[in-house]
Design a protein around this ligand. Structure first.
Ligand SMILES: [Zn+2]
Length: 429
């Protein structure tokens, strides 16, 4: 069987995916067609022209596009679930920096990144944008492992030249030259599913000189950028002290030249972004990585996500391990809805709660858009799919609609109910 054959097949089962942020396409019995790794669409009766393709019979299982985790820290996977009683800045000092510093040791990185990669393969994530550490060697190793996994990812070597402990800080020039070396080495690997993303940790740990240098690298190497924005109130106050000539936290990225239209960008959190900042994000097509579990665990707040969606901003969902305690995107979808209800009920009656279709959309087509055409079974989209044995979740109801099954999977399901996973046309489990 050739690679081309392997990437062309038909999946038969119940199918659910987002039409847009408000509506779902739901089929109780349908055929999702993948040709050369690209979706041909979903059909209730299989068209003649696809009858020659191999048919994968799921026995009525539920087929959904799989989730994009728009923001996750691979090295923080080892301490997930710990340190959940402190806020962002002390949490970074106590847990994050000591653990990330260990990745200067390649054999440790190898062991730790193996566990991380296995978790992503087994879970509901098909695509992810990943922070590594500042270490070039370990970051390349992580990229190799993710490439081998079949997942589609962006991976970033982290940059930091200030306000980080001596044992982990970089100097400005060294940080830039290591990043350029890493970009060149990554290009030589010839990855097809793994791409580099420029990753200044956040304004408090990056001087403007470093950030400006990184923006030049992003343009020269046509790489996107990821960072953090307006997560925690103490952090925001600190940014205003460190960067007194800026009018908002986002403006510190604009002034450094790293947040601009010509560079695709993901900003995690945006919990406290006010009108001016929202305008900057909207004008520059920035993707917001909404991380409800992380924002709850680190007492950061509850982002006005519904408002962002209504304004037409790009919003995806993220686990933000290890601010988020779990790498499960199923949890992220569920938490996004629940946190938005608390925001609405407790202190912001003007911002409505998220609906199920909106949260599902953010986890699929919304965040997937950062990767191009991903997160849907519409014709022309890269074919990602989860096959879910959801009817193993006990119930007497055999008449559940496809939509009800999808809802039930989000609220009650976990990785154990994933019986198959396809990423960009390739079966990875
Ligand atoms: Zn983060």
């Amino acid at each position: 069987m050739t690679e081309r054959d392997r990437l062309s097949f038909v999946l038969h089962g119940a199918v659910v995916y987002s039409k847009d942020k408000d509506e779902m396409n739901c089929f109780e019995d349908a055929y999702a067609v993948c040709k050369d790794g690209i979706s041909e669409g979903v059909f209730t009766k299989l068209p003649e022209e696809y009858k020659e393709l191999p048919l994968i019979e799921t026995g009525g299982q539920l087929i959904i596009p799989g989730f994009t985790d728009l923001h996750i820290h691979a090295p923080q996977f080892q301490f997930r679930g710990n340190g959940m009683d402190i806020e962002l800045l002390p949490w970074l000092e106590t847990y994050t920096f000591p653990e990330e510093a260990k990745y200067s040791d390649l054999s440790y990185a190898e062991k730790a990144y193996r566990l991380f990669t296995e978790e992503l393969i087994n879970g509901a994530t098909v695509r992810a944008s990943v922070f590594a550490t500042s270490h070039r060697g370990a970051t390349l190793r992580l990229m190799e492992m993710l490439e081998e996994s079949g997942l589609v990812t962006f991976v970033g070597k982290v940059n930091m030249d200030r306000n980080v402990p001596d044992y982990y800080v970089e100097d400005t020039e060294g940080s830039l030259s290591e990043t350029e070396k890493w970009l060149n080495e990554a290009a030589k690997k010839g990855f097809s599913r793994t791409r580099p993303i420029i990753t200044p940790r956040f304004t408090p740990s990056c001087s403007r000189e470093l950030m400006t240098g990184l923006s030049e690298l992003a343009e020269r190497y046509a790489a996107p950028v990821q960072s953090h924005l307006s997560e925690n109130l103490s952090e925001i106050k600190w940014v205003s002290e460190l960067e007194p000539d800026t009018s908002s936290y986002a403006d510190s990225y604009v002034k450094a030249g790293i947040l601009k239209k010509s560079i695709p960008c993901i900003m995690a959190h945006c919990v406290w972004s006010e009108e001016e900042e929202q305008e900057i994000l909207l004008e520059n097509n920035v993707f917001i990585a909404h991380s409800p579990d992380s924002n709850t665990n680190l007492s950061s707040g509850a982002a006005p996500v519904k408002k962002y969606l209504e304004k037409g901003m790009n919003v995806g969902l993220a686990t933000d391990v290890a601010g988020g305690h779990s790498a499960s995107m199923i949890n992220a979808v569920r938490s996004a809805i629940r946190v938005s209800k608390l925001r609405n009920r407790l202190f912001d009656r003007d911002t409505k709660a998220l609906t199920f279709p909106e949260a599902f959309y953010m986890a699929t087509k919304g965040g997937g858009a950062f990767f191009g055409k991903a997160g849907s079974f519409d014709k022309g989209y890269s074919f990602d799919a989860l096959i879910l044995d959801d009817m193993r979740i006990p119930t007497t109801r055999e008449d559940l609609s496809a939509m009800e099954r999808a809802e039930r999977f989000i609220y009650l399901g976990d990785d154990r109910y994933i019986s198959g996973k396809i990423v960009a046309g390739k079966r990875i489990r």
